[in-house]
Design a binder for this molecule. Structure first.
Ligand code: ATP
Ligand code: MG
Length: 311
């Protein structure tokens, strides 16, 4: 079973309009709301691909109740530990006139020490029966930057066989890496912050991936938006070219990549096949307005078209 962790679950609301009228009223052409936060997006991808997945994390208040309700409507299994504070609403505005995406996030809820202890207790038990756990997204207020590291140690103690994928940014990533997750999936910005310099050319990107492999991360997937993926595994580094499709929204592509990878890796046990499937899932996500939403038929088709070569 795949378990996803979203410590900052949210309602993801998307508004599609021609153009935002700054200082005035903008009427949306379309609006949709789904349960969100990166781990929930990953869970949606795995669910759509037909995998067994449990979305876990923290959620509270009236927004927490809506997040649970939205997950139920989608039939995604979940267990979100209760927070006293209200969970966030995150707003994505897509302007059709210039294909701009703007994201506005509520302030984060504050997690109380006993709520974090409740979650860790729950995760210690759950990890015994999980095959792969993904830790995704930013940390809510009240948690230290070591939170993902704590979870990785606790999961390893409960179940040595369980693989952990860490997909986060900034200090949470910097600190989390010390606990040696099986895989990380930074995008270019996240990797630049981690490495401490710009990664504008391919050579620098390859070098950054190799540096992290040498630090003991087994699979390092650097996602580069419309430039595809550079990833490292088993001391080799590979390039995956992007596929050209008509883009509806690129939000959640990284999450779909993680979901597709996790699903295929559990099925095939092969990292290279899993990365191809992950990129195919990210590409399918481009054709939907909902984060992490993929079509299984499309993913199967795209994965046959993916070009991957050693660099
Ligand atoms: N415009 C695009 N055209 C083709 N492929 C794309 C495009 N945008 C994203 N992708 C695919 O999706 C993958 C992940 O995208 P990206 O690097 O933007 O992830 P991300 O920034 O982590 O996304 P998020 O955090 O919103 O989920 C890319 O490596 C690429 O394969
Ligand atoms: Mg990402």
């Amino acid at each position: 079973m795949i378990v996803t962790v979203t410590l900052n679950a949210a309602i993801d609301k998307t508004i599609i309009c021609h153009q935002v009228k700054s200082g005035g009223i903008t009427r949306a052409e379309e609006a949709l709301a789904v349960a969100g936060g990166k781990g929930i997006n990953v869970a949606r991808t795995v669910f759509k691909l037909g995998g067994e997945v449990l979305a876990t994390g923290l959620a509270g208040g009236s927004n927490g109740a809506i997040i649970r309700d939205l997950l139920e409507q989608e039939k995604i299994d979940y267990h979100l530990v209760e927070l006293r504070d209200n969970s966030r609403m995150c707003l994505t505005i897509i302007e059709k006139c210039n294909q701009t995406i703007t994201e506005l996030y509520d302030p984060s809820p504050v997690v109380q020490p006993e709520e974090w202890e409740n979650f860790k207790r729950f995760m210690s038990k759950l990890a015994r029966k999980a095959d792969l756990i993904t830790l995704d997204g930013s940390l809510p207020s009240g948690l230290s930057d070591e939170a993902y590291g704590e979870l990785i140690f606790l999961i390893r103690k409960a179940n040595e066989r369980c693989k952990v994928i860490l997909d986060t940014s900034g200090q949470a990533l910097q600190k989390g890496i010390k606990a040696k997750p099986f895989m990380i999936k930074p995008n270019r910005d996240e990797m630049e912050i981690l490495i401490g310099h710009s990664l504008s050319d391919k050579e620098e990107q390859i070098k950054a991936v190799k540096t992290l492999l040498e630090e003991g991360i087994e699979v390092v997937v650097l996602s580069l938006g419309n430039k595809g993926v550079v990833f490292g595994y088993n001391r080799a580094v590979y390039q995956v070219d992007p596929l050209a499709v008509e883009v509806k929204s690129s939000v959640g592509c990284g999450d779909a990549l993680v979901g597709g990878f996790a699903h295929r890796f559990l099925g095939a046990g092969d990292v290279i096949e899993a990365v191809k499937y992950g990129v195919a899932s990210a590409t399918s996500n481009l054709t939907s307005k909902t984060q992490g939403d993929v079509s299984r038929t499309q993913v199967e088709e795209f994965s046959r078209l993916i070009k991957l070569y050693q660099v």
